[in-house]
Design a protein around this ligand. Sequence first.
Ligand code: C2E
Ligand code: SIN
Ligand code: SIN
Ligand code: FE
Ligand code: FE
Length: 380
Amino acid sequence: MHEHQNFEKYKKKGELDPEKLLETIFKYVGEIADERDLDKLLMLMADMGRELIISDRCTLWLYDSERETLWTKVAHGLERVEIPVDSGLAGYAVTNNEVVLIEDAYKDHRFNPEVDRQTGYRTKAVLVIPIKNQEGDVIGCYQAINKMTEAAVFSETDVKHLKLASTYTAKSLESAMLMAEIEETQREIIFRMGEIGESRSRETGNHVKRVAEYSYILARGIGLNEEEAELIKLASPMHDIGKVAIPDSILKKPGRLTDEEFDEMKNHTIIGYNLLKKSNRRILKTAAIIAEQHHEKWDGSGYPNGLKGEEIHIYGRITAVADVFDALASDRYYKKAWELDRILNLFKEETGRHFDPTIVAVFFESLDQILTIKENYKDI
Ligand code: C2E
Ligand code: SIN
Ligand code: SIN
Ligand code: FE
Ligand code: FE
């Protein structure tokens, strides 16, 4: 958090002197230019705005034209906050591409006091400035609330300063938005690909999402870094993609498979591997390893290659635990979901046999989180 500096000094004066202003802008512009993560960028820009014009609160809203909303993140990890674009002062500024500068929100009919009612905060002075991209389209706005100086109102100079700040940062903001959009699209394609394998065997899209989330928790729990855990999370949904090539008569068989049928089923690992290995992309390479190795077992009795212990790639060992947990906890064509106790007993029995004991230990330590995910991504 960037706190107001030299606050007392500016309290009377009402604005930063030019030197301090430039210093503040350059301090943030450097950070902002380097920041690729959209959520962090939103917070950095809000901090910059707040510091520049000495406001109590500052929010950077982004315009979502499809949903007709403005959205933001107030703190990292928190859900988006979303408001309709056709109400409130921020909505007015974005819709009309107009600066809004008012002394007392409660005397303005455009103000929506609902947020105050919910938070107990008292909004008074408000300044909203639309942010435009290169083409001149409004992509969001700065909203500052309550001036922290004696005058307690925002001035034309504040407008100028906040505009300056938004000019310097609009480009970074736009590329981070584009990046977020691309990443979101990639994620969606990956899930859809995974679903192709799973949907035919009745597992819903939520199966691949749960496996992704479990795998992430297990990866972090055994000490892999954020980046690698994220990689596994992105790749693990594709573990069963090879099932696309398995005939329905086997995939959807209500009862137990014959040995021949199970042998054919085992091919889904090799099929998935061959499908994915051709790519040079890191996510797909990771997915290829997982598709091939998620049915290997720690004691060497798994398939397709009968690998043993650490011969099995760590990605395969992690996804094995996540996949079996989810398979047991869910209904399948061939079985009903198991009770939790029964599943936990199986993991206790199979540690060191089917599963890497280190990962099973983390599984038990993380059980609360895992059950929360199970609940959040329930099949309906
Ligand atoms: P799946 O349904 O996604 O199950 C993944 C893994 O979870 C299984 O790998 C197995 O290790 C574990 N698992 C699932 N259900 C049970 C269970 O009732 N008991 C135990 N002990 N473990 C269970 P596996 O066995 O290599 O199977 C791979 C895939 O083959 C399964 O994916 C499923 O699509 C299919 N499959 C396996 N057994 C049968 C069956 O009896 N009937 C049918 N129709 N399909 C089966
Ligand atoms: C807000 O303060 O969060 C939005 C309400 C408004 O812009 O009037
Ligand atoms: C297995 O065949 O190893 C487990 C699948 C089942 O028993 O349904
Ligand atoms: Fe599988
Ligand atoms: Fe699966």
